[in-house]
Ligand binder design. Structure first.
Ligand code: CO
Length: 137
């Protein structure tokens, strides 16, 4: 597959309200958007550094995947997202090479991106997201 850059790093936090001041006051980044993604049961906060974003993820439900992740592994890095110009092609390529897919086809993520996840069992332990910006085509 052809990846262009690290689109974002997803970080699981218990509370956006508690986490945002660290990124703003200590790291000096600016939170430019807060968005709820209902079907993923998360509220996200975005920061930008260069062309890479930091995506903070707070669960909106005790049975959400982020809540489960924090329960099992604590707060911290949840996933890494790579940008590609063609998520469908990247998925097909990964599947052809025996990678287990979480998403068989792209779906809509935060910021209107087309996204799909590869299973961490196939990615040496790092939940991996592929993102395509439909406005960049
Ligand atoms: Co993400």
């Amino acid at each position: 597959m052809e990846l262009t850059h690290i689109e974002h790093i997803g970080i699981a936090v218990k509370s956006l309200e508690e986490a945002i001041p660290y990124y703003e006051n200590i790291l000096g980044l600016k939170c430019y958007a807060i968005e709820e993604v209902a079907d993923q049961k998360v509220k996200t906060a975005f920061f930008k550094i260069g062309q890479t974003k930091i995506e903070l993820l707070e669960s909106t439900s005790p049975d959400g995947t982020i809540a489960g992740f924090i329960e099992k592994r604590g707060e911290g890095i949840h996933h890494i997202a790579f940008a590609t110009n063609d998520v469908t092609a990247a998925l097909a390529d990964a599947e052809a090479k025996g990678v287990r897919l979480i998403d068989k086809a792209p779906r809509k993520g935060a910021e209107g991106l087309n996204i799909a996840f590869l299973h961490p069992k196939s990615t040496i332990g790092v939940l991996t997201e592929l993102c395509e910006d439909p406005n960049n085509k």
